[in-house]
Design a protein around this ligand. Sequence first.
Ligand code: PHE
Length: 559
Amino acid sequence: MSRKSNGTRENWGSQLGVILAVSGSAVGLGNFLRFPGQVANNGGGAFMIPYVVSLLIVAIPMATAEWALGRFGGRCGFHSPVGIYYSAGGRKALWGALGALTTVAPFIIGMYYVFIEAWCLIYALQYLGGVLAPLGLRFSLFQGVDAGLFFEDAAGYENFFGATVGIAKDGALFTQAASTTLLATLACVWINFRLTYRGVSRGIEWFCKMASPLILVCAIAVIIRVITLDNPSGIPGRSFLDGLGFMWNPSRNVLNESGEVVDRINVWTTLCDPGVWLAATSQIFFSISICLGAVCTYASYIQPRGDVALSSLASTATNELCEVAFGGLMSIPAAIMFLGPVAAGGFASSFALGFVVLPNVFGLMPLGQFWGFLFFFLLFLAAITSSISMLQPMVALFQETLSLTRERSALLSSGLNMLGTGVVCWFTFNLGALDVFDFWVANFLPLVAAILQTILICFVWGSTSLRSELALGARIKPPYFVVNILKFVSFPYMLLVVLFWGWRNMGSRVQEVVDSRVAQASLAFIGLSLVLTLALAIVLSKRRQKTPDENNETASPEP
Ligand code: PHE
């Protein structure tokens, strides 16, 4: 392993290390918060149909190809998506520009992700201090904000969440009483900075190796608790299986408070909504971190002959285990058991489910203080292993374009990232900026980037290069048919989803932007970040024109 801080020769310490780092990037708030929220918001079990379809026909082949692309770029001396796409695209500036899109996307996601990370930290500490649970010693991190908050009733938790995130008005967090949230956000920014500053092996890999077993243990402990608390209220329709039914049944009955059927959700109605398809496909991209710069950047640091297909499958499988099995077993079944389908369904958004519904549930559980702490600590750790991977593509880009040392690149990236976090922390009225960032950058943009990335991989870099790259150092027989799946199945599928969604829903989204100043400011910020990254991409393509010894970069298959 090399530790050069200003060169491009950094590598992961071991094969297990890279798998844990990529799995760490994948397993995050997307698994434990976003996924259950998306399921509850988009028709319950019916959502799982486009989700599984996208996993099989887009995510698995795309992840494999992106790993190969990343390692190819790494062998050419590039670690940023800009450099990687540029080298795979025959050193054409146009492909570098696509790399700018997938560098800036995780960077912007990181701006609000770190804010949510801070909520998890606050919640974990507040559970530890006994504020968020009926039992135990009380010490509060807030001065004044929690005065008068009592958690015996559901509104207490909602108020607490509102105060923590400053939901009442823009700028609410910039007062002394609420400054804890800003301090926690700064602490998270600092942790992310320190880990990227230390480098891929000594920072990122080291932390992921430590955090992964802890995340696993916490997740399993919380799940065992949820599963063993079957129907504590005894009311019909509130068993653990009813919770699973809410998650998995494509068509299901809608019940009222006393468990009587009042309506029925039909699978076909859900499947005819293009928004559900967009949400499912984007959830997969977000969750596996593909087409969002992180995977190809991480893959570029593996040894020139490190395995690609096995690592890709291992990290995708780990992510799906954590998302569908763990994430899906925790929140929704627990909320249905304790609060009933009406309350659980009513709080369908990801944040409400995680930060309002679940604290209610923990409040009703024996030893709720302990389970609450464990859950939010798990979220916090999982969030950190993801947010460092959002920063790394930009760190690598600064190293490559401005020839900065890793340490300086980490400082510059973290500093710029904090500006965006500042925007998100200011426009907190109904989490306005966060919502706009999340929709355009985490929902819409990955699909557009995925379509362009497929064109690059299949039609520019080419099938032969992809096959050769997959064969290099392969420990399992690489699935060569991924190229054909990408070309003939994934590509038309993604085009169809984007066009179908654009035709039915783009108008209302654009109208939202026209009507809201916060949306306009947030989009302007996103645009500015993109322009700056594009400028860096142009610098990179000017500085790294093809040199004679770099002409022969295509891998030759193993004998
Ligand atoms: N996959 C992460 C999660 O599920 C989010 C992420 C997005 C990570 C983009 C890296 C890049 O929380």
